[in-house]
Design a protein around this ligand. Structure first.
Ligand SMILES: *[C@@H]1O[C@H](CO)[C@@H](O)[C@H](O)[C@H]1NC(C)=O
Ligand SMILES: *[C@@H]1O[C@H](CO)[C@@H](O)[C@H](O)[C@H]1NC(C)=O
Ligand SMILES: *[C@@H]1O[C@H](CO)[C@@H](O)[C@H](O)[C@H]1NC(C)=O
Ligand SMILES: *[C@@H]1O[C@H](CO)[C@@H](O)[C@H](O)[C@H]1NC(C)=O
Length: 176
């Protein structure tokens, strides 16, 4: 009895793990985001805390919000796929050089994207000095990205960066 139960259990577990292996999906995608630091069309705001309203005075305790666009290619004239929004908090006295900008952000895709209506949420500590790359955790997603988790890298994309517009290339490594 006990051994037949063990046998049944083993069959069930084996079939389940086989199914997991068969249905595991991987997705590698990349996008560009554009951050405009200051000016009338600014998309990065030093919203509160240390250095509120003054980028030159940012430091431990600064709270920033972003409302950046996502584009298909590195040039802002390419198709706008959606918005990259959220916040960053400087959680260490030394900022980037000291391992502490905590971010919680969402990539939300719009009508021009094949992922229209879907989103990906990321978090992490930006802990490398510029130019990165910075690695963040992909917490999950909605719509098309439901059930996916993983990690992503962000790095400055210099050929199309022209201050005050800062371009970043994001690459996502997802699976479910
Ligand atoms: C801000 O955006 C508006 C509308 O797109 C544009 O006409 C204007 O030239 C922009 N201003 C700057 C300083 O980029
Ligand atoms: C912004 O911060 C810098 C550095 O602390 C300071 O020198 C400057 O006066 C500040 N600007 C304003 C408008 O407060
Ligand atoms: C995009 O998704 C929204 C709902 O999230 C829908 O109303 C709209 O029709 C979609 N647009 C396209 C072009 O698929
Ligand atoms: C973006 O593309 C346009 C043409 O589509 C080009 O004139 C412009 O120089 C490009 N900008 C950058 C920063 O590469």
């Amino acid at each position: 009895m006990a051994s037949s139960l063990a046998y049944t259990l083993c069959i069930v577990l084996c079939i389940c793990s086989l199914q997991t292996a068969v249905t595991a999906k991987k997705l590698e995608i990349s996008f560009y985001t554009h951050e405009i630091r200051g000016g009338p069309n600014g998309t990065l705001l030093a919203a509160a805390g240390t250095g509120a309203g003054n980028f030159s005075a940012l430091g431990w305790g600064s709270f920033l919000t972003i409302d950046n666009i996502i584009t298909e290619g590195p040039n802002f004239t390419t198709t706008v796929l959606g918005k990259f929004t959220g916040f960053a908090v400087m959680t260490t006295k030394g900022g980037l050089l000291d391992g502490g900008i905590l971010v919680l952000d969402q990539f939300r895709f719009g009508p021009a994207s094949k992922y229209n209506g879907s989103s990906i949420s990321v978090t992490g500590n930006l802990a490398n000095p510029p130019p990165g790359p910075w690695e963040v955790i992909v917490l999950g997603g909605t719509g098309y990205f439901r059930g996916y988790t993983g990690y992503a890298f962000s790095e400055p994309y210099l050929p199309t960066t022209l201050a005050p517009r800062f371009v970043y290339k994001w690459t996502f490594y997802l699976k479910k």
